[in-house]
Ligand binder design. Structure first.
Ligand code: ATP
Ligand code: MG
Length: 412
């Protein structure tokens, strides 16, 4: 037995006679990882799973050949379904199945199969695989045998191609798992495996999707939002808060830092930046972000830029943005169409929040015609007049920290 749980007090006895215990069977992503990385991957994933389900139950995470089994004491089916749903949000998982964990004999498998497919209508197929080849039947024999039992009991036809239902049987070392259906996971790598970075989070559609995509590559993220306060209301902060609270389901422990940016924007405006105002402002956001990221131990900044989507996101302007900071700027949406981004925002459930009205801090600065080919020398001239180094320090010192928690009710 390999259990990663270090709390034996709560541990489920692994060799207890099992006759139908519900559990969650998890299929891992990117299992191509080998050696030391694989060990790190699995440990991190097990920690992340335990943390995500803590409000529901204390669980044991048991590691087997490319799968995890999540068990909890005295679990009922409804609780295990909630566990599976929650586990589907944890990065690094490809499937989460609610499964019956039964003894390694054919009769127990039959009972679980009949129970799972109780009330079966439409065609079905049985698919078996053996991670332990010592089982008395081959996979094909098991498919035929259990399929026959189900057909007799419920009178429904077996169809191997495109069945309405699939019953899966997986023979393991100490037990057999029987399940039907499952929840697709997010894929990717466990959060925390790739380090930490700071997301520049507006209230728009793009930046939450950018955050999601980088968490999925194993980054733990913090969030930085610039509000137009004191010249706008706090609505954009509520939105950023609600967005981070939703995205918190993918990592837990999220932090949102808010900077009142209105006065700095006014200074940019009166500095004569004119057509360069938008880029100058974004450079100031990045500089402030860099100072904060360094304080938090972050190794990169993340933005929702997509090439050519708006006038500030031309190649020349992206170059001018990169020039403002030393930290790398990650832009996971750079090659995506708006339609693809919206689709992804819908799937991660941030779209509805992003579409709420607010007063974007950026509208205040929008000139009649925005620059599409910002010259870095011109920007540096403006920034010299503004003393941006000092300004960024002041802004980074003025951050307010919030801790939005997934599942918490209410507003900011
Ligand atoms: P989004 O939908 O993310 O707002 P956008 O298409 O509106 O993006 P811009 O407004 O040009 O594009 O912003 C580009 C990126 O700059 C955003 O994705 C975000 O990372 C960052 N950004 C813009 N405004 C803010 C803000 N008020 N606070 C923090 N970051 C911001
Ligand atoms: Mg925006």
């Amino acid at each position: 037995m390999t259990t990663l749980d270090t709390a034996p007090a709560d541990a489920v006895r692994e060799n207890a006679p099992v006759d139908g215990e519900p559990c969650v069977l998890i299929k891992l992503g990117e299992v191509v990882l080998k050696g030391k990385n694989r060990e790190l991957f699995e440990r991190r994933l097990a920690d992340n799973i335990r943390a995500a389900v803590r409000p529901i139950a204390r669980v044991d995470v048991i590691r087997r050949h490319g799968v995890f089994i999540v068990r909890t004491k005295d679990a009922d089916v409804a609780t295990v379904d909630r566990l599976a749903a929650r586990i589907g949000d944890v990065m690094g998982i490809v499937w989460a199945h609610r499964a019956w964990r039964v003894g390694k004999d054919v009769a127990s498998v039959e009972r679980a199969a009949l129970e799972l497919m109780d009330g079966l209508t439409g065609s079905f197929a049985v698919r078996s695989r053996r991670r332990d080849k010592r089982f008395p039947m081959t996979s094909t024999e098991l498919d035929r045998h259990v399929g026959g039992q189900l057909a007799d009991a419920y009178g429904q036809p077996v169809r191997l191609k495109n069945p309405d239902h699939t019953l899966s049987i997986e023979v393991d070392r100490d037990e057999v798992f029987v399940f039907s259906g499952g929840l697709p996971g997010q894929g990717g790598l466990p959060v925390g495996m790739s380090g930490r970075a700071l997301v520049l989070m507006s209230g728009g559609i793009d930046s939450p999707v950018a955050a999601y995509r980088m968490m999925r590559r194993g980054l733990r993220v913090d969030y930085l939002h610039f509000s137009g306060m004191p010249f706008t209301g706090p609505e954009s902060i509520y939105k950023a808060y609600a967005l981070v609270r939703e995205l918190d389901k993918f990592q837990g422990g999220s932090r949102l830092f808010v900077v009142p940016f209105g006065k700095a924007q006014q200074q940019i405006k009166s500095s004569g930046a004119d057509r360069l105002a938008v880029i100058a402002q974004r450079r100031l956001m990045l500089r402030t972000g860099e100072l904060l990221a360094r304080r938090l131990g972050g190794g990169a900044l993340i933005t929702g830029d997509a090439l050519g989507q708006v006038s500030s996101q031309t190649l020349a302007n992206i170059t001018a943005l990169d020039d403002a900071v030393e930290l790398p700027i990650l832009r996971p949406l750079v090659g995506m169409d708006k339609i693809e981004i919206i689709e992804q925002a819908r799937r991660v459930r941030t779209l509805e929040i992003s579409e709420l009205p607010d007063e974007d801090c950026c509208t205040m600065l929008a000139p009649r015609r925005a620059e599409t080919r910002a010259k870095i020398d011109d920007l540096r001239q403006i920034e010299k007049r503004l003393d941006v180094g000092e300004l960024a320090e002041q802004l980074a010192a003025s951050v307010q920290e919030h801790r939005p928690v997934y599942g918490d009710a209410g507003t900011a």
